[in-house]
Design a protein around this ligand. Structure first.
Ligand code: TYM
Length: 328
């Protein structure tokens, strides 16, 4: 059984991009793999966040995991900050990563660009070290993520290689698992930009009213011409909608294109809206049943106990290997 691990950080409202690129794929692994899915709340601190918002988002993500079909009997769901080994290992692994590597991370460059240099926190810079620790603590092999996280998983591979070269085969090298379709859902109002939690308009949020979701899709920016054809360069809007449609229906882009031969943009958009509203409608119904129950606290409590036990093994192996005295 392979170990599969992934996480979402509780900043902002989750989008359809998070759903397609990550969330909806997690439950597929739980029958035949050892699955660990957590809420990356330490990561949420890397940009300023209101404590009440962080608290609410954290509960929301746990409810979203369950609403998406993750079964706490079949996988481990936990909160990063409730497992001290993540921060401990990050303190250690920080010594095996170079400043140059961290400055080259696209996400760091993107996120720090909008900040004055004096306001760039150390946590934003060292973020990939914490993420590498998250992954290697559980000897996770497969990391299902959207395209924007690929570089972080690749850096984790480099860190593992470097560490193992010095101390022997202690850490497992992970692989990013990125869906062929839907790894990068773009904004509906500007299909050249990634759909993101921090954009208030144009993007579909998982808790949006279903009427709003339909409206956003019907008003999505499309391209010149009238053919429903996948062409990222010349038809970014239609290509994005085709990607959303194909991902939600679990079909290929080619199959989706075939369904709309001869159809106009209006008919096509209505079909995209119908499938999105169907799927998110059922998802929201499950979410609202869970969010007000005591299930969230129960799941996070038992998940933290399991994750603490699992993570302590790797942490102790690492400590022993590097010569930290007094490993219990
Ligand atoms: P986060 O919270 O930014 O995003 C969660 C997941 O959603 C994917 N995603 C998208 N996929 C397709 N289209 C989009 N527009 C889109 N936007 C986001 C992301 O690729 C991601 O898979 N650093 C991570 C959280 C993390 C993590 C980990 C992940 C912390 N430790 C260990 C895996 C393993 C993050 O901030 O994801």
């Amino acid at each position: 059984m392979d170990k599969v691990l992934s996480a979402i950080k509780p900043t902002g409202q989750l989008t359809l991009g998070n759903y397609i690129g990550a969330l909806k794929n997690f439950p597929k692994y739980q029958e035949d793999n050892d699955v660990l899915i957590f809420i990356a709340d330490y990561h949420a601190l890397t940009l300023p966040i209101d404590p009440q918002v962080l608290y609410t988002n954290t509960r929301d993500i746990c409810a979203f995991y369950l609403a998406a079909g993750l079964d706490p009997e079949k996988c481990t769901i936990f909160l990063q900050s409730q497992v001290p080994a993540h921060a401990e290992l990050a303190t250690i692994l920080g010594n095996y990563v170079h400043m140059g590597e961290l400055s080259r991370m696209t996400q760091f460059k993107d996120k720090s660009r909008s900040l004055n240099e004096k306001n760039i926190g150390l946590g934003l810079f060292t973020y990939p070290v914490l993420m590498a620790s998250d992954i290697v603590l559980y000897q996770a092999k497969k990391i299902p993520v959207g395209e924007d996280q690929k570089q972080h998983v690749e850096l984790t591979r480099d860190i593992v290689e470097r560490f193992n070269h010095i101390y022997g085969e202690i850490l497992v090298k992970p692989e990013p698992v990125i869906s062929k379709v839907g790894a990068r859902i773009m904004s509906l109002s500007d299909p050249t930009r990634k759909m993101s939690k921090s954009d208030p308009k144009g993007d579909i949020f998982l808790k949006d009213d279903l009427m709003i979701i339909r409206k956003k899709i019907m008003q999505a920016k499309t391209d010149t011409g009238c053919e429903v054809k996948f062409d990222r360069e010349n038809k970014p809007g239609i290509s994005n909608l085709l990607t959303i449609y194909a991902s939600l229906k679990e079909i290929s882009i080619e199959e989706a294109e075939k369904e709309f031969v001869g159809a106009n943009y209006g008919t096509f958009k209505k079909a995209v809206a119908d499938v999105t509203v169907d799927i998110l409608g059922a998802f929201q119904k499950r979410y609202y049943e869970i969010i007000n129950s005591d299930l969230i606290d129960k799941v996070l409590k038992s998940g933290a106990i399991k994750a603490r036990e699992l993570s302590s093994k790797t942490l102790n192996d690492v400590k022993r290997a590097i010569g930290l005295y007094g490993v219990l």
